[in-house]
Each structure stands twice: as C-alpha cells, then as structure tokens.
Design a protein around this ligand. Structure first.
Ligand code: FES
Ligand SMILES: [Fe+2]
Length: 397
C-alpha cells in the first residue's frame, strides 16, 4: 500500500477554474475601492481597421486558420443515426453524416463523378438511407462509400472503392464535432488541440449535455468583430442594459490564456456568495459566467443552466455565418421545461446575440471604411482582444 500525499489530493480535486475564481474575487474587491477603477499599469493599445476588411488579409486567414485548424462544426446529438447535415463552411461544402453505426463523419459535399453537390438541402438535418447525387444519380452510403453508378457500363474499369466521398479529418470530443476543412490534412487529436481546456469541458460535463436548438444566420460583419464582442465585458451592462446587463457587475472579469485558447470568468451579482462556500462548490455557471475561446473561431458561454456554443465561419472579409447552438443538461422533460428552454433561447439568440451584439458588429463593419478611425482603441478592460489579435497575427500573419 502506498502512502497518499494529501497535497496530491488537494491538487487533484481542484477545479480548473479555481485560481481564476480567486483572481475574480480579488478583482471584485479591487474594483470596490476608490482607486480600484484606475488601472494605469496597463497601457492602451489599438487595432488596425484593415484587419477586418482587407481581402488579402482575409485570404491569409482562410488559408492559415480556417483550412488548417480543427473547427467545431456541431454537436453529435443533432444528428440521429441515419441523418445528414450539409452546410457551406468558410467556402467549403461540408457534409456531416451519422450512419447507422452511430459514427459521425465529415465529408466534402462534392460528388466524385463531376463534382455536383450530393446533398442540396442546406442547413437542415435530413434523414436518409443513402445520398443520391441529383445530376446523374451516383449513390453513396452514409459512411461515404460509393454504392451505385447508373449505366456503370459507361465507366469501364471504374474502381468504386476509390470513388467514395472525400472524408475530412474529424473527431467527436465532449459531444462536439470537430473537423479540418482540408481532406489532405492528417488525423486530428482534439484532446491535444484543446490542451488545458479539455479538462474544463470534462469537469463541466459538456459530454453529457444534449443538443437543444441551433440557429445559423449570415451577417454582414467580419468574423473577428463577433469574437471581439465575446472577449470583453465592458459593453455588457451598457449594450445589454435592457436584456441581461443587470445580472452582471460592471466590467469585472478574470481571464487566463490556455495555449492559444482562453478561459475567462465574468462576475455576476452572485459571485460574492462564494466567499462563504467551500471551493468545490464554486460554480462557473451559477457564481460567474465562464467563457471559453477555442481558438480561432469558437466561443462557449456557460450560462446558469445551459450552454451556448458560438461558431463564427467567415465567407468573406465582411460576411460571416454565425451558428449558435444551445446545449442543455437534459432534454426537456415536459412542456414546462420546453417553454423554459424556448424562452431562454429566444432571449439569448434573438434579443441578445442577434439583436444587440451582431447588430453592433454590422454597424462597425459599415463604419470601418468611413475614415473616422485610423486605429480602433482598446482600453484596459479590453485586454483580451489585444491577446487574441496577437495570437492571430502570429498564426495568420
Ligand atoms: S456529378 Fe454527381 S452523378 Fe454526376
Ligand atoms: Fe454582448
């Protein structure tokens, strides 16, 4: 029998957000003092508006970020066995499929005959036995294999085994579907990619959450303006004054980089309560709002009783597909629960995200080329943006 070192126990039982909560409390105390609102140690910074509208810059991002890095494309639960979902992601026609074996796969939604879209219905989950290309009816199984070719005599020597749908490297982790938009990329290891955030997702039980609803909408804004909006809380009690602003302290947060990702706690009115609670009861949903940035384009917001996953998929420098997926701890058990989740989704998706955050992002985009600002200013409360754009500059140039 080996002796158990009690310090090991303490380390093992510590939640990944424990230290950040300590910092959040300290920040709350500091802001309560008269001098606490001055934060002169951090200098101001600024951003070049061109990063949001320059076409060549966007092409670099597309090549170096969106074609190379694993992107979160959805949740396993939204696809029952025997269903498919086609969506254009960053200019790439993608097909997610869940065959009867239960496995989720990602393919290019491009026929191996002459390249037509195999599944033409976009952005809706379709139940299918097989996939029939509308042009000449080549037929594929949901696992991507080419199953049938009409008038096969016209293709002497065709090796059907080599003409299945092109697969994209993909993996499911914590219920989230990740893929790389390059069929020639190697296999992906999402646990390694997430690094320290993998532990957060495990601790919060992301894998046990269920898909509730998803809304995908194209908005006239650069994708980074949307990410920026979720990296600072300076605006929360102001822009969201009529919706969720009153749940939060004014601009009290604590953030820490996790590789290129970010873990981030925002103080709610209930944060102070944790002073009387043991650390194992500190909840990153009840006593704060935790936010993760999964580099480069996923934001996960942990609301008190559900989770929002936000995917920003640019189609051009000034246009982004915004996909909001709501995940709940359980499927709604009855009508009352369904009404509750439906109201939550309506508030967050329609009123807050689309009605407030994205509306401002579109306004910013339209004003970028007006000549009003040579630089966009970042104050002390927006330091996460400085960090995010620094990472982007390193990866995308
Ligand atoms: S392009 Fe699909 S069957 Fe011809
Ligand atoms: Fe916001």
């Amino acid at each position: 029998m080996t002796m158990l070192d009690t310090s090991d126990v303490a380390v093992a039982s510590k939640a990944p957000w424990h230290d950040l909560f300590e910092r959040l409390l300290a920040e709350l105390d500091r802001r309560a003092t008269p001098a606490g609102h001055r934060d002169s140690a951090v200098e101001m910074a600024s951003l070049d508006p061109a990063i949001y509208r320059d076409a060549a810059h966007f092409e670099r991002e597309r090549a170096r970020l969106f074609r190379r890095l694993p992107l979160c494309l959805g949740h396993i639960d939204q696809l029952e066995p025997g269903s498919v979902l086609a969506r254009e992601i960053c200019g790439v026609p993608v097909l997610l499929s869940r065959a009867r074996d239960g496995e989720v796969r990602a393919f290019l939604n491009v026929c191996r005959h002459r390249g037509a879209r195999v599944l033409t219905e976009q952005d809706v989950v379709c139940h299918r036995q097989s996939l029939v290309c509308p042009y000449h009816n080549w037929t594929y199984r949901l696992d991507g294999c080419l199953a049938g070719v009409p008038r096969a005599d016209a293709f002497p020597g065709l090796d059907k085994a080599r003409r299945g749908l092109r697969a994209l490297p993909s993996a499911v982790r914590h219920g989230l579907i990740f893929a790389v938009l390059d069929p020639d990329a190697g296999p992906i290891d999402i646990a390694s990619y997430l690094g320290g955030l993998d532990e957060d997702l495990e601790a919060i039980g992301m894998g046990r959450h269920r898909f509730y609803r998803q809304h995908a909408v194209t908005r006239a804004t650069n994708w980074k303006l949307i990410v920026d909006a979720f990296l600072e809380v300076y605006h929360v009690t102001r822009l969201h004054a009529g919706t969720i602003g009153s749940f939060f302290h004014d601009s009290v947060s604590a953030a820490e980089p996790v590789g290129r990702h970010l873990r981030y706690l925002v103080a709610r009115e209930t944060t102070g309560e944790i002073r009387t609670l043991p650390a194992e009861c500190w909840s990153p949903q009840r006593h704060a709002t935790m936010v993760h940035l999964v580099f480069p384009n996923s934001v996960i917001v942990y609301h008190p009783d559900y989770i929002s996953h936000l995917g920003m998929f640019p189609t051009a420098a000034d246009e982004t597909l915004f996909v909001h997926t709501m995940l709940t701890p359980d499927r709604p058990a009855d009508e009352k629960a369904e009404t509750h989740w439906a109201r939550s989704f309506e508030l967050m998706d329609t009123a807050v995200f689309n009605g407030e955050d994205l509306a401002v992002c579109e306004q910013i985009q339209r004003g970028l080329s007006s000549g009003a600002n040579d630089r966009l200013l970042l104050g002390h409360l927006e330091r996460n943006l400085r960090w995010f754009h620094g990472n982007l500059a390193e990866v995308a140039g």
